[in-house]
Write a protein that binds this ligand. Structure first.
Ligand code: LIP
Length: 278
């Protein structure tokens, strides 16, 4: 697995260039940023999310006119090529709004016949880190101009694992997620809620986090990051033998996967149950 084999993948090359351009647009943040809300008062979207998605869609349409596009801020075009770009123009919008550096541009490419991601690019502009992956060819990060292969951690025990997670925007879901957290936290070394599913999946790929789980993230949040993590040696799934989905995503280094899955299944983490199950 070489850097050039991933970097020269034409889909990765195109997504890298577009993610970089979107990142530069987002770094040039105006003094005043218009804010709206979506599913709840905490589910914010900014004019910058919309501007970045418009830029990404325009570039993809120009270079790949026959591909489908799905974006968090409303892009949803059918294509004829059997390929679908899945984009989150700002993953970590709340962080972006609060000038917390942990946000990124996420661009994944799915083969609609297999349903699997075949290329993934995540650019974290403030960190100047570009994560790239091509199916079967591994994952790399280019940080401050230096390329490094990504490999999950060798964490062997859940009790020594640092696990990332996140929370939804609806109050009832947050109550359920807090309930599950009370069962996970005593069993791990620590929890990190950093605010961007996409970057957190890259941190699992890089061995910085030992795992990540969250209920309720969307395709655009994880399409690129799940491929990047899996190509770096992570195991990814939902619960009860299901694939990754909106109900639950669990992505970990192999040795701790079964133990984390067991805790999440025992506590019905893929449902919005507020009280503990009998
Ligand atoms: C975010 C996810 C994060 C989740 C946040 C939010 P967004 O995506 O990346 O994992 O916990 O609630 O959904 O909305 O910033 O694109």
């Amino acid at each position: 697995m070489t850097f050039d084999s991933v970097a020269s993948d034409p889909y990765v090359e195109l997504a890298r260039s577009i993610a970089k351009g979107a990142g530069e647009l987002l770094l040039a943040r105006p003094e005043h940023i218009e804010i709206d809300t979506k599913s709840s008062a905490t589910d914010v979207v900014t004019q910058m999310d919309r501007n970045a998605e418009a830029y990404i869609v325009a570039q993809l349409t120009k270079h790949r006119p026959d591909d489908a596009i799905l974006g968090e801020e409303g892009a949803n075009s059918k294509g004829s090529s059997g390929l679908q770009w899945v984009i989150d123009p700002i993953d970590g919008t709340v962080n972006y709004l609060h000038q917390i550096p942990h946000w990124c541009v996420s661009i994944g490419l799915k083969d609609l016949n297999s349903g699997e991601a075949i290329a993934g690019v995540i650019y974290a502009p403030v960190y100047d880190q570009m994560y790239i992956s091509s199916q079967g060819l591994g994952s790399w990060v280019i940080a401050q101009g230096v390329a490094r292969i990504l490999q999950v951690s060798n964490c062997a025990e859940l009790s020594s694992a640092v696990i990332g997670t996140g929370f939804g925007y609806a109050s009832a879901r947050r109550q359920s997620q807090a309930r599950v957290l009370t069962q996970v936290l005593p069993r791990v070394a620590d929890i990190r809620r950093l605010g961007s599913c996409a970057i957190d999946l890259c941190l699992v790929a890089d061995g910085v986090l030992d795992g990540y789980y969250e209920r309720g993230v969307n395709d655009w949040d994880h399409a690129a990051g799940e491929l990047i993590a899996r190509e770096a040696g992570a195991i990814s799934s939902g619960l009860w033998g299901n694939k990754v989905g909106n109900d639950m995503i669990v992505v970990t280094t192999p040795a701790i996967n079964a133990d984390l899955i067991a805790i999440l299944e025992t506590n019905n983490a893929d449902s919005d149950v507020i009280g503990l199950e009998d």
